[in-house]
Design a protein around this ligand. Structure first.
Ligand SMILES: [Zn+2]
Length: 378
């Protein structure tokens, strides 16, 4: 006998949503927007993560009604043409499927429930549980250190992982999860750690610093983009920045940490902010004003193409207050925003999940063996 459909989001990273069963049995879902507290009143709906209770073997059409995000006051369709998704019975092993955009800008997917209770996630979820497992693996490792550099708005620790096999090496720094829905970056960073610790070559070349989960409150609450004060953690990086102490302590802590390294003459050689989007480009700063920067970024692009799953190419910035452009402006260091394509990994011909992203991250770490010495040599 069929059990009544039910949707549950009362778990960590579950996304608040409304739902309805239409006359033809379609399960229609309306995940909530995440709102920015700012003059543009931006809003974004990109995250969903919920649990469907139904009947094993049941074929179910899922639909999300058309929604409009707002960017800079402009309304844009919230949904891409094909949206990668993941489904799981145990919330450990996930199977990809795809939502397709319809003419009315809604999106639909038809799935067969592999069990009575099935988890569905926009991206394979990476929660504080997964972060805790990563930190536990690093605890006691002779080349790893974990410090807390501050707290989120809601008082959660902002962990900073340092991987080093000895003093005096330049650091490559990564930030993950500035935007809570973008779990791909966290899986990638798990891979960076694995790749860096798998052999001595990576840590012979450089130290690695990782702020793995900047938007932790939003991850726990299942939000899309902003911190719980409505601040975008990938904006506001200007010379006269004002993050705190109560507005965006996540960024305030990052700036204090960077300023301390600056005082020691130890700013990162390269800083990378990991994001997920529908395109997968490496977002670099303005070219043509600093020949050294242009050369290093061209090398990064070239080595990423050679050694990793990256094929999507660069998007060239025009000066903004993002992590990439902003940290370059404030500290004069090379900093980029790398957007992993959340829907499709072209080089591996698949909807990306944790395994392929970890492999990708490990490739990236190994690439540094070539990149860092080349940059040091000028
Ligand atoms: Zn992002």
């Amino acid at each position: 006998m069929a059990t009544p459909l039910y949707v549950n989001t009362a778990f960590e990273n579950g996304s608040p949503l409304d739902w309805d069963v239409l006359d033809d049995g379609t399960l229609e879902l309306r995940p909530q927007f995440d709102y920015e507290h700012g003059p543009a009143m931006n809003r974004q709906l990109t995250h969903w993560h919920f649990r469907v209770h139904g009947t094993k073997g049941q074929t179910l059409r899922l639909r999300m009604a058309p929604r409009e995000n707002i960017y800079g006051g402009r309304r844009v369709n919230a949904f891409a043409k094909r949206i990668g998704n993941q489904m799981s019975v145990d919330a450990v092993n996930w199977t990809p499927f795809v939502f397709e955009q319809k003419e009315d800008k809604s999106i639909e997917a038809t799935v067969t429930l592999p069990a009575d209770v099935v988890y569905i996630g926009r991206i394979e979820p990476y929660t504080t549980k997964h972060l805790g497992e990563l930190l536990a693996r690093l605890r006691g490792h002779r080349h790893a250190r974990v410090d807390s550099i501050g707290k989120t708005v809601e008082g959660r620790d902002l962990e900073l992982i340092t991987l080093s096999s000895g003093a005096g090496k330049p650091m490559v720094f990564f930030r993950g999860r500035a935007h809570p829905w973008e779990a791909g970056g966290n899986w990638f960073l798990d891979g960076v750690v694995e790749g860096a610790l798998a052999s001595s070559a990576v840590l012979d070349a450089c130290d690695i610093g990782i702020l793995p989960m900047a938007g932790k409150d939003g991850v726990v609450r299942g939000q899309t983009r902003f911190n719980v004060n409505g601040h975008d953690l990938n904006r506001g990086f200007t010379k006269d920045y004002d993050f705190g102490p109560h507005n965006a302590p996540e960024n305030q802590a990052l700036m204090e940490w960077l300023k301390a390294r600056q005082r020691q003459g130890a700013l990162p050689l390269l800083a990378i902010d990991l994001h997920d989007d529908d395109w997968g480009n490496l977002h670099v700063g303005r070219m043509g004003v600093d020949e050294g920067y242009d050369r290093r970024i061209a090398l990064l692009d070239q080595l990423m193409r050679k050694h990793t799953y990256y094929t999507e190419g660069m998007a060239k910035g025009a000066g903004s207050s993002t992590f990439g452009d902003g940290l370059r402006e404030i500290f004069g260091m090379d900093s980029v925003v790398y957007e992993l394509n959340s829907n499709w990994l072209a080089a591996a011909n698949c909807v990306p999940g944790s395994a392929i992203w970890r492999e990708f991250g490990a490739q990236f770490a190994r690439m540094l063996v070539e990149y860092v010495p080349a940059v040091k040599a000028g």
